[in-house]
Write a protein that binds this ligand. Structure first.
Ligand code: NAD
Length: 293
């Protein structure tokens, strides 16, 4: 297929490379010359203008920082230059309202829009093992699935346009809150004199078990290998968790949902990532802030 790809950063670079590896003709665009050159080395065709990654394509994938970038690229490039019938897939993590708005604009032009944010970080983007949560029509999902499968291990239809973003931020709000709960529990267990490995052995088989504990334990040397064993480097940056929690707070307000635990998680990640300047650390590193209490 002829696929346009806009946004070749930490995530998009590896994703575009995997599409090229799968045999697609990938016309890749980014504002950064360095990112464009890397895409060329990875088997994509770098183009000098976004229009060349949109015009005459079977599908266009975007992987951009935030809602404002996606709105701009849709408004000034995709809507103007897209051919009717082209599938347009936004994989960025953005607010639900922007996802719905760009889908309405794209549909009005005869394009077929889906939002398909990802779970999994840079390693999963490079390794082609992302999970995609897809919002869009049945036709959009059917057409997007084989393309997304070339970049990931799971592709799930969450519902209509915006549902992919809604699923992603609901999941990450739960993850943020459960990580903090796991961290503070280990700290309390320590203060109560429990051996942390013993507590892990008990709780990981009891009702307190969660992904934050058994797949991503925030305590070094306990549970499977995780960023805690690497000085809280790599993994999922606290700054990105904060971004997702802020999107969750916006969505909760717009939907009229009461989310006290999510709001507390957003407050604590703001303190860790911004006030304490630890946004580049893995999000499980918040255990070190809680340890001070
Ligand atoms: P990034 O900042 O590394 O990459 C974004 C790229 O978009 C940059 O190369 C930038 O030059 C390009 N760009 C910005 N405006 C553009 C425009 N108008 N035209 C063309 N290119 C433009 O960000 P990233 O880490 O790759 O994240 C991308 C998205 O994926 C974000 O929405 C992020 O929340 C989400 N995400 C990231 C991770 C992660 O671990 N990094 C994990 C899951 C989801």
């Amino acid at each position: 297929m002829k696929i346009g790809f806009i946004g070749l950063g930490n995530m998009g670079g590896g994703m575009a490379a995997n599409l090229a590896k799968a045999g697609h003709e990938v016309h890749a665009f980014d504002l950064s010359g360095e990112a464009l050159a890397k895409a060329g080395e990875a088997g994509c065709h770098p183009v000098s203008d976004a229009a060349l990654a949109v015009n005459n394509m079977d599908a266009v994938v975007t992987m951009l920082p935030a809602g404002s970038h996606v709105r701009k690229v849709y408004e000034y490039e995709i809507i103007i230059n897209g051919d009717p019938g082209t599938l347009v897939i936004d994989c960025s993590t953005i607010d639900v309202d922007s996802a719905k708005d760009v889908a309405i604009m794209a549909e009005a032009k005869g394009l077929v829009p889906v939002d398909a944010p990802v779970s999994g970080g840079i390693a999963a983007a490079n390794g082609g093992t992302l999970t995609f949560m897809v919002g869009g029509s049945d036709e959009g999902f059917k057409r997007a699935e084989p393309i997304l499968s070339d970049m990931g291990k799971a592709v799930i239809h969450a519902g209509g346009n915006g549902a992919g973003q809604a699923a992603k931020i609901c999941n990450n709000m739960l993850l943020g809150a459960s990580m903090i709960a796991t961290c503070e529990t280990f700290k309390m267990a320590e203060k109560l004199g429990l051996d942390l490995q013993t507590f892990y052995d008990i709780s990981s088989k009891a009702s307190g078990q969660s992904w934050s504990m058994t797949s991503y334990c925030p305590v070094p040397g306990v549970g499977p290998q995780s960023p805690a064993d690497n000085g809280y480097e790599g993994g999922f940056a606290a700054a990105l968790m904060l971004k997702d929690l802020r999107l969750a707070m916006e969505a909760a307000q717009s939907a009229g949902a009461d989310v006290p635990m999510g709001a507390e998680a957003a407050k604590l990640y703001e303190q860790y990532a911004e006030t304490e300047g630890q946004g580049g650390k893995d999000f499980s590193g918040i255990i070190n802030m809680l340890a001070k209490g």
